[in-house]
Ligand binder design. Structure first.
Ligand code: FAD
Ligand code: NAP
Length: 445
């Protein structure tokens, strides 16, 4: 029997994992990535970026971190080395086409159009008819080739490629600013020394206080210290933590296991699961409060007006926690004044910097760095030739974006877009097992 062809778009962690599983199940995968290297976000992260989760909670199940990595929070370089070793160990590299951008995907043949309405997310697969055409461009030669495959797995990632750049009314945006404006995506992919050169001696304002905003502010303050200080302008607080094991119990025990899943309502849940989540809500609340009390006691969040309005659980379940392995230093920087925090619901640009609308105050700046995240879903929307598919996936309320994950089946398409909380095992391998594996068996047998 002919081996089924699988096109995998993206050679980040998800794409590598999908490739490895496809090979182990006897499929013929081909992975495309437009970057010159594997690793996805890790290939573009700042040199100073470290894993947020302890390495014990962020590794491939069947490929442990090498003994040479002794620190608990590996660096970007160690992460890249690890991913390269994984790809080498499982013989993935010959199946990966780098510098190759998938420009479009179309479906050919087989099913009446009304069959599409059968699709309802993770459910039964459709009959194995029809093929997918994957249009891929070699970005070095600009030649295009069409690959006809049986399955497509989209591992496009959520935190790369399409920056979220805030919009402003005319006359109040970056166009009126005399200084330099850059998104964190560009800043992160710069050479370390060049990035330091860009901010050296400059008044830097970082917009956004997610993990990227925090890291960039720290980089700028390590270059400039107090002269001049770096300012973070942001809208709302998210929980910042400095250890993954409050009271000696790892967060993953509270939030990343099968029991903890019972504590939350899920899209499409049945009556019993819904009842259970409701009955267990006091426990959910209690856990959250316990951790909040611990975090507030350990860090001077109150002193710096950094206590979020929402619960710890909300951030934990939305993957919006930011981890500060050497958090004391961050609070030291705040204490010294080399990093300043400015909370404001709305702000705009003026020629000298940023205006905080509520306070009617101005923050002078030479460089403004938007650490305002990404619009990962846009990639999904535009990868299909048919706008109907794009709408099906990225624009339809029929497909809830459950905690940033889309693991959906659309006639032999599996989509994975999202970050993962610290546990790759739980959130990637398990889902791939549960989604890819049985479905592939259906066709294989
Ligand atoms: C700086 C940073 C640090 C992070 N640290 C952590 C952490 O400590 N812990 C944690 O749990 N999570 C972390 N994350 C979240 C991270 O996104 C996931 O952990 C994981 O690495 C995502 O892998 P992925 O393969 O799903 O996506 P990505 O790594 O984004 O890979 C997607 C790949 O698809 C490629 N691609 C996209 N479109 C196309 C196309 N049309 N054609 C060809 N190729 C395409 C991209 O080039 C990219 O290489 C971090 C994210 C960032 C940005
Ligand atoms: N391992 C690491 O060390 C590391 C490093 C960097 C990133 N990461 C991960 O990568 C992912 C992305 O992180 P991120 O920090 O780049 O993005 P993010 O988590 O999406 O945070 C974006 C920030 O920008 C703000 N923002 C968005 N739109 C804005 C607007 N129009 N005006 C003002 N502020 C705006 C958000 O504010 P609101 O909250 O108010 O919307 C938030 O503070 C996360 O999962 C993160 O954990 C990890």
């Amino acid at each position: 029997m002919d081996k089924k062809q699988v096109a995998i778009v993206g050679a980040g962690i998800s794409g590598l994992l999908a490739c490895k599983y496809c090979l182990s199940k006897g499929f013929k995968p081909i992975v495309f990535d437009f970057e010159p290297d594997i690793g996805g976000v890790w290939s573009k992260a700042m040199k100073t970026t470290r894993l947020q989760a302890a390495k014990a909670f962020y590794h491939f199940l069947d490929f442990q971190w090498p003994d040479s990595v002794t620190n608990h929070f590996p660096t970007q370089q160690q992460m890249m080395d690890y991913l390269h070793s994984y790809a080498k160990h499982f013989g993935l590299m010959p199946h990966i086409k780098l510098n190759t951008r998938v420009k479009g995907i179309s479906y050919e043949g087989g099913l009446a159009s009304d069959t599409w309405s059968l699709w309802n997310g993770i459910g039964k697969t459709f009959p194995p008819v029809g093929k997918w055409n994957v249009i891929a461009e070699d970005i070095q030669t600009t030649t295009t080739q069409v690959y006809m495959v049986d399955f497509v797995i989209l591992c496009l990632g959520r935190f790369k490629d399409v920056p979220n750049i805030p919009e402003f009314p005319k006359g109040k945006g970056p166009e009126v600013f005399q200084g330099h404006v850059i998104h964190s995506m560009k800043y992160s992919s710069m050479d370390h020394d060049k990035a330091a050169e860009l901010v050296k001696g400059k008044k830097v304002v970082v917009v956004g206080f997610g993990k990227t905003g925090l890291d960039i502010a720290r980089e700028c303050s390590s270059v400039n210290g107090l002269e001049p200080p770096t300012t973070i302008v942001y809208r709302r607080d998210h929980w910042k933590v400095c250890d993954w094991a409050p009271l000696g119990i790892p967060f993953s025990y509270f939030y990343c296991n099968r029991f903890s899943e019972l504590l939350v309502h899920k899209p499409g849940e049945g009556f019993l699961l819904s009842l259970l989540a409701t009955l267990l809500s006091p426990l959910r609340w209690g856990v959250s409060k316990l951790i909040e009390t611990y975090v507030k006691k350990k860090h001077p969040l109150a002193k710096f007006n950094m206590i979020p309005q929402h619960s710890f659980s909300k951030d934990a379940r939305s993957c919006l926690l930011a981890y500060m392995p050497d958090s004391d230093n961050f609070f030291d920087e705040l204490e010294k004044g080399s990093i300043k925090l400015k909370k404001s619901q709305s702000y705009s640009f003026c020629n000298k910097g940023i205006l905080l609308d509520e306070e009617n105050a101005q923050i002078e700046a030479d460089v403004v760095i938007f650490a305002t995240g990404y619009k990962g879903e846009e990639k999904l929307k535009h990868i299909f030739e048919s706008s109907t598919f794009g709408e099906f996936i990225a624009g339809s309320p029929r497909i809830p974006l459950y905690r940033f994950f889309k693991f959906q089946l659309l006639k032999n398409i599996i989509i994975k877009i999202g970050t993962s909380p610290p546990n790759i095992y739980y959130l990637i391998i398990n889902v791939i097992r549960e989604c890819v594996h049985p479905q592939f068996h259906t066709y294989h047998n």
